[in-house]
Design a binder for this molecule. Structure first.
Ligand code: ATP
Length: 215
């Protein structure tokens, strides 16, 4: 029996937007993954928590956004744990629960370039294969250098992926690549329309409770 291929896409999803959805869909398709788990970072160590809406609310928006896409699944593991949301703990938990799965950690290049700030990042690089999506062409050389320095092989999408440590550097064309949750929060604070950038059901939730609106 072939191994199940699962993508892991972590984020604060504050709020989830079309860039996140497209990322999951494109990678699932390009790498023939069975599913992509959107892991909500409940208590991220690197972000100011007082500025984050409750994890349950961000999860509700994530569930609404992923609902139309059967292969994209919300994951609340980090909500159910106490303390900071460390990626290494989540990966270990998922691997222990599904020993027959291969896991692919999906991340944008700007996020990957900060990996040295993650707890036990060397263990993470050796626990799962990475799929790094180029958010900017200029990131390519920086990502390749970091991989070289950390002894992580650069894999080609068509290769048999083998075992970690290894990473795919992937690029796709999209109008949504430059979209960020920060930009969406800013637009809402200025009373501007965000309907081109977030799913309708996510927008409904935000409107109902006036999330990110000023005053
Ligand atoms: P913020 O602006 O609040 O920092 P964000 O929009 O970057 O948020 P995150 O929740 O931090 O969203 O991102 C989760 C993951 O999705 C990261 O790996 C990030 O690189 C990736 N990502 C974010 N926005 C996009 C996008 N527009 N296209 C592709 N990947 C994205």
């Amino acid at each position: 029996m072939s191994r199940t291929k699962t993508g892991l896409l972590g984020g604060t999803f504050n709020p989830v937007h079309r860039g996140h959805i497209e990322l999951g869909l494109k990678i699932k398709d390009a790498f023939h993954l069975d599913s992509v788990l959107y892991i909500l970072s409940a208590r991220p160590p690197h972000k100011k928590r007082q500025e984050l809406p409750p994890a349950e609310l961000r999860l509700a928006m994530l569930e609404a956004a992923l609902q139309p896409h059967p292969g994209l699944l919300p994951c609340d593991l980090e909500l159910r744990r106490q303390g900071y949301s460390w990626t290494i703990d989540t990966i270990n938990e998922l691997k222990a629960a599904s020993p027959r799965s291969s896991f692919y950690f999906i991340t944008g290049s700007e996020g990957f370039l900060k990996i040295r700030t993650w707890k036990e990042y060397r263990r993470i690089l050796r626990a799962v294969l990475f799929i790094i999506v180029l958010r900017r062409p200029s990131h390519r050389l920086q990502v390749e250098r970091l991989l070289r320095e950390e002894g992580v092989s650069l894999l080609r999408a068509m290769d048999d992926p083998g075992l970690p440590p290894g990473a795919f550097l992937h690029a796709y064309v999209s109008d949504y690549l430059e979209l960020s949750a920060t930009a969406i929060r800013k637009r809402l604070a200025h009373g501007q329309d965000v309907s081109p950038y977030v799913e309708r059901d996510v927008q409904k939730i935000m409107e109902e409770i006036k999330l990110y609106e000023e005053g």
